[in-house]
Design a protein around this ligand. Structure first.
Ligand SMILES: NC(=O)c1ccc[n+]([C@@H]2O[C@H](COP(=O)([O-])OP(=O)(O)OC[C@H]3O[C@@H](n4cnc5c(N)ncnc54)[C@H](OP(=O)(O)O)[C@@H]3O)[C@@H](O)[C@H]2O)c1
Length: 199
């Protein structure tokens, strides 16, 4: 598996720390050229490498950590997303009518035609997500949801590799609703910083 984080702000950097902590290779990119991101990437760790957006999108698993409204711009960067897994770490506090009445991640999935989409790593504030997920032998919980069961398993494996305890919530409009904003209301599991003894 190859991994890229698109968006190198608070959440993108928090996730880059998680990859660096486990010596896992990850590419990071934003609208700025890689030279602009490189010093911060290097400061996080040697496995975090800044590339252009186009090069970063060669990864097979792509974590979206851009402001919600920007996902459409990222989606335009490739003619086809077939074979790619998108991990949606974004949140959208938008009225349902602006999302065609869909959970925000289902709305995102429409822009990334033919990709597999998993929502995850979105429910904690960046500073918490950046911290070591193993505390006193317990593993910080992340919630994963998606309409494609097959896509969730490799993201579960990634979350475990990063030291988190992934919990599968099911489909986006079922268990996944607990980690979505609906209008101006956060899902009940958002901001819940939970730990499990076993991964
Ligand atoms: N902050 C949190 O605690 C938190 C918690 C959970 C979820 N989230 C979600 O995570 C996402 C990112 O939030 P953030 O707080 O990390 O935002 P941020 O600090 O403003 O970072 C956003 C990043 O996205 C990049 N970017 C913007 N438009 C882009 C585009 N079209 N293509 C590529 N890169 C683009 C920006 O870099 P350039 O300007 O260089 O392009 C920047 O690196 C949001 O959807 C937010 O809802 C945030």
């Amino acid at each position: 598996m190859s991994y890229a984080i698109i968006g190198f702000g608070k959440i993108g950097q928090a996730l880059a720390h998680a990859f660096a902590r486990k010596n896992l290779d990850v590419t990071v990119a934003s609208r700025r050229p890689p030279e602009a991101l490189a010093p911060q990437a290097r400061a996080i760790g040697p496995t975090v490498v800044a590339k252009s957006l186009r090069e970063a999108l060669e990864a097979d698993t792509i974590i979206l950590a851009v402001p919600f409204g920007e996902h459409r711009e990222v989606a335009k960067a490739l003619p086809s997303w077939k074979g790619k897994t998108i991990i949606d770490a974004m949140n959208a506090l938008l009225p349902p009518e602006e999302l065609d009445g869909l959970p925000s991640s289902a709305f995102v999935a429409k822009a990334f035609t033919d990709a597999k989409l998993v929502k995850g790593f979105n429910h904690l504030i960046a500073a918490t997500l950046a911290a070591d997920p193993i505390v006193e032998g317990g593993h910080r919980v992340v919630f994963l949801s998606g309409d494609d069961e097959d896509a969730i398993a490799p993201v579960m494996a990634l979350a475990k590799q990063l030291g988190f305890a992934p919990v599968k919530l099911g489909k986006l409009n079922e268990g996944g609703a607990l980690v979505h904003a609906r209008g101006r209301v956060w899902g009940q599991l958002i901001f819940q910083d939970l730990f499990k003894k076993e991964q």
